[in-house]
Design a protein around this ligand. Structure first.
Ligand code: PLP
Length: 385
């Protein structure tokens, strides 16, 4: 099976991990801060904190923004469930903003309309989580201008989007958000096994995130409520978690980050060939943007149901039977049994429903060979013939 995505690990990565395994610190050593500095240099953000997953980083981001019972969080229904679960962990109420059918991202006009209605009803969100699906940045200028007008905070779920660009600069610089999250799960752009990072330009949020990440404990004398009793002294100030990344993971992250340009260039080569080879089939190809560049975590095609001679499910079944590891990112979150119980009605999300009826992620990753790509293209052409 040719997978839709997978990691690319080389001898340098392995050597970096082995070196850390032989060192004094497997965790809480120098590699995590080194990785965080490298992520700041790469993105241009002022602060970065490594977490043991993007999910724990999203949870911590919600907590750092004081999301709690009685508050409301909005996100995109076309995302991984973690984009919504982070709000539920904080006992916030959840709602979804429908997507734009051309970008597959949260629709800024639908967001504005929902904000106007919610203002009248007194149900404005405290936090909005736009998701850069497939690595294509959302319309952050518009979302951030709405945040100022309607007074909500923004967490970018950029799990797919390290290496993407918006208005000529890197996603993660937090120019249009309070906090930005990347994931380092093996199918994402770079990997640490499991792992994630939270980026911010706000010193106060940085301090709060770092408390949440490590039991609510600080060892920084400047941040203590009373003068320390002695050199052993530390303070638990809030209820935190153990959401730390290990140095083993961070050393893999440092090595992976040094290859990110190469990884994304390879993804672009694959994109170009798909764009050319698949253009005359009854499918819609991913749309380009004038002011943003995708990191190409996913290559999502959409079956033109009105002209295709095959159903969406047959399209999947046929490709999987030919050894092509296609996937659907994602089942709209409100369709999950757990979320149905919360009372979401699918009829309210017309564009997400249309997306779900026809989308398919086809293989794209830096360790994919030209030969594998030819196999994928041939299988798609045969299936749609
Ligand atoms: C992968 C992913 C997450 C969760 O990332 P983990 O690092 O696996 O916790 C969250 N949101 C989106 C959009 C993702 O793709």
């Amino acid at each position: 099976m040719i997978p839709y995505g997978r990691q690319k690990i080389d001898q340098e990565d392995i050597d970096a991990v082995v070196e850390t395994l032989k060192s004094s610190f497997l965790t809480q050593g120098p590699k995590v801060p080194d990785f965080e500095k490298a992520i700041c240099n790469y993105t241009g953000s002022q602060f970065s904190l490594a977490f043991n997953s993007a999910t724990s980083a999203l949870h911590s981001a919600c907590l750092a923004l004081d999301l709690a019972e009685g508050d409301i969080l909005w996100t995109s229904p076309i995302s991984f469930v973690a984009s919504a679960n982070c709000g539920l962990y904080c006992r916030a109420k959840l709602d979804f903003v429908d997507i734009d059918p051309s970008t597959n991202n949260m629709c800024p006009n639908a967001l504005e309309k929902k904000l106007i209605e919610s203002k009248e009803k007194g149900t404005l969100p405290k936090v909005v989580i736009p998701v850069h699906l497939s690595g294509m940045p959302c319309d952050m200028k518009k979302i951030s201008s709405l945040a100022k007008k309607y007074n909500f905070k923004i967490i970018e779920d950029a799990s797919h989007a390290i290496g993407s660009e918006y208005e000529g600069s890197k996603t993660g610089n937090c120019i249009y958000s309070d906090i930005c999250i990347f994931s380092f799960h093996p199918v994402k752009i770079i990997t640490t096994g499991e792992g994630g990072v939270a980026l911010t330009n706000c010193n106060r949020l940085y301090n709060k995130l770092s408390l949440i990440r490590s039991h609510g404990i600080t060892r920084d004398e400047k941040l203590m409520s009373i003068p320390p009793d002695g050199p052993w002294y530390y303070e638990q100030q809030i209820l935190g978690y153990n959401y730390r990344m290990t140095d083993i993971q961070a050393s893999l992250g440092i090595s992976q980050l040094s290859k990110i340009n190469e990884f994304i260039l390879r993804r672009r080569e694959i994109e170009e060939i798909y764009d050319q080879e698949l253009s005359s089939l009854p499918i819609l190809l991913p749309e380009k943007s004038n002011n943003a560049k995708s990191s190409l975590h996913l290559y999502i095609i959409k079956l033109r149901l009105e002209i295709a001679k095959i159903t969406h499910k047959e399209f999947f079944d046929k490709l999987i039977s030919k050894g092509i590891g296609v996937n659907l990112h994602y089942i709209p979150i409100y369709r999950q049994p757990y979320f149905k119980k919360l009372g979401f009605i699918k009829e309210q999300y017309t564009n997400s429903e249309l997306y779900y009826s026809r989308a398919m992620s086809i293989p794209i990753h830096p360790s994919m060979s030209n030969k594998d790509q030819k196999t994928v293209i041939k299988a798609i052409k045969q299936t749609l013939a």
